[in-house]
Design a protein around this ligand. Structure first.
Ligand code: NAD
Length: 253
């Protein structure tokens, strides 16, 4: 799909990966609807990019349906959707105080896996009404996992399960949606300098990235955005989870 004229929903768009992607899309002639939490900087980001602002909480599984419908109306259609809203509750399967909290496990699955599937199914439904483009495409969904989906570290059991779920459903959803020309791709980043990692000092970042092949540093949000744009532009990128990690493999801790 061409970025020029693209209509995109960017969930988590107030910060980090999603903000950088929204900026790239807007700078290349696309239109963005920024979805993020009410308390985020989403309004300012949307204004800066001549986009529209739609406060939401992806954990409000029913309410987000209306927010997405409003965003699609504001855009005048929907070609692409990126979801980065996510995160996790840390803790080992059993700790000193007892077994890992099932509520925390469930909350992590809800935010990452259920939240992603919910926005995917709703966005795909809107995309399914599009006239196909010259490549027979009606839309593209981009999700966010983590390299922890493949080699989760000690204390990441809930996060790993949730992100592995996102990676695991990618091919199946791409197959489900192939007949209507909607692609699904997931990006699995290593550590990047975003709002999520704002507390990581330079010294700590050096330790955290020492096992990368090259470059041994935190990734930059725009490096994620460049991949997201490449996914949108390339019709053959589908059904896969792409690692974006400088060759890093997480050690157990
Ligand atoms: N930054 C990293 O090192 C890294 C590495 C691997 C994976 N990830 C994944 O990237 C995503 C985070 O993106 P980021 O790193 O750009 O962080 P970020 O904090 O800069 O941006 C995430 C955005 O998502 C929004 N968000 C969070 N929960 C939400 C909710 N319930 N409803 C609506 N919006 C919500 C936040 O307000 C924020 O603006 C997560 O899915 C995380 O698991 C990050």
């Amino acid at each position: 799909m061409e970025i020029e004229g693209l209509k995109a929903i960017i969930i988590g768009g107030a910060s980090g990966f999603a903000r950088a992607t929204a900026t790239r899309i807007a700078n290349k002639g696309g239109t963005v609807a920024i979805l993020d939490r009410e308390t985020s900087a989403g309004a300012d980001v949307a204004a800066e990019l001549n986009g529209t602002w739609h406060p939401c909480d992806v954990l409000d599984f029913e309410g987000i349906e209306l927010v997405i419908a409003e965003a699609v109306e504001a855009l005048g259609g929907l070609d692409a959707a990126l979801n980065t809203a996510g995160g996790g509750k840390g803790g080992r399967t059993i700790g000193r105080e007892g077994p890992f909290s099932l509520d925390d496990f469930r909350a992590t699955i809800d935010l990452n896996l259920i939240g992603t599937f919910n926005t995917n199914r709703l966005c795909a439904w809107h995309m399914s009404t599009n006239e196909p483009n010259d490549d027979d495409e009606r839309g593209v969904l981009i999700n966010t996992a983590s390299i922890a989906a493949f080699e989760g570290q000690i204390g990441q059991v809930a996060y790993t399960a949730a992100k592995a779920g996102i990676a695991g459903m990618t091919l199946t959803m791409a197959r489900d949606l192939g007949s209507v020309g909607i692609r699904v791709t997931t990006i699995a980043p290593s550590l990047f300098a975003t709002g999520l990692t704002a507390g990581v000092t330079d010294e700590w970042a050096e330790t955290l990235t020492k096992d990368a092949a090259f470059p041994k540093r935190l990734g930059q949000p725009d490096e994620f955005a460049r991949l997201a744009v490449a996914i949108i532009e390339n019709p053959m990128l589908n059904g896969d989870t792409i690692r974006l990690d400088g060759g890093q493999r997480f050690a157990p801790k």
